[in-house]
Design a protein around this ligand. Sequence first.
Ligand SMILES: [Zn+2]
Length: 415
Amino acid sequence: MKKIGHYSIGIGDRFAHEGEAQLKAFAKAKEAGVSITPVWNKSNREHTIIGTHPDSVRIEADAAVKKLVWAGDYFVDADHIGLATVDRFIAASDFFTIDVADFIGKSAPEDALTKWVSSAQSLIGTISLQPSGIALDVNADLIKTTGKKYLLAVREAGNVFRHIADKKGAGNFVPEVSMDETDQPQSPVEMLLILHMIAQEGIPVQTIAPKFSGRFNKGVDYVGDVAVFEKEFLADVSVVAYAVKNFGLPDNLKLSVHSGSDKFSIYPSIRKVLSQTKAGVHLKTAGTTWLEEVIGLAEAGGSGLAIAKKIYAEAYAHSAELAAPYATVLDMDVNKLPAPVEVDGWDSATFVGTLRHDQKNPLLNLHFRQLIHVGFKIAAKMGTEYTDALKEHRAIVEKNVFENLFERHIKPLFI
Ligand SMILES: [Zn+2]
């Protein structure tokens, strides 16, 4: 059976040019004594916007692994797929993020609900989670309301899982169930009941992505109470351990944190909980690598800086259209975006300082950063003009991609 390792990071790479730079960060972690499994993820939404096929991610990952002679595991993640979109991912992927958020809150057939509710009665009472000692109270009402809210979504995850398993064989891929792209966070006790449903549904889930409380906006830091997050994360980790022991789920089941990139302020909490509990984690980043490409081009100056400015000007002109698919995960104020004519006059250091996620730099503009984060469609439209620039300025782009992944993500979390 294909099993994901204890620590893993999902790395997005929208234009498939940074596989080696990303893998070098994992190799450096390995040298420092920490094994982290790379997982190249790309969602159906990204493929659609850029116009790529899922096979391209497999080609990129295999090439990077071959080039760097990487001996460890690695995976290719069909990110945020459902029954309608999964088919073209099946050949290339061995990790599937089954997204059932759209089914939350819709009711399951009455007989299925009655069956699950009666199977969950044994959970009624106070459950003491180990090793945290957190206590969860489960009562009959809670079981019923949670069943009404989530059972249909879990049944849909079962449909998708079986659809993939029919084609690939059940042991040949890592199944993740994701419920993060929704309005309401799932509480730890809801997570417990959801994992019970998943076990009853027969899904050998290895990673589960809840929606945590607080905001996980694209490309910027966590917005919310870090102490509340830490408590919730510890409770969720403990719920996962309970579910492994009591519901018969795979022993490597772990949380998947869909970070939307760069949730630096919660990394110390995640690190602390992991070291306390010895739990594993999957951290899924999204567009952080694409932003590093633009930073690298800007830092190169000359034609590189010109392309970075062109991307910004186009993104500025289409900001509403670019932001629309990400409405729930952006906090961008268009009034705080500099006019392209002003940006035109910037030197490399100003552009880089405005975009790079260095919270100590007074130049950093999070609105500018969020717009570029969702602006990859502009670069996709530029076609070879953009990808040729990535090739021309390879060394400096690669340096930014590597350093970002290693210094800002891997180090604070794992080393
Ligand atoms: Zn997600």
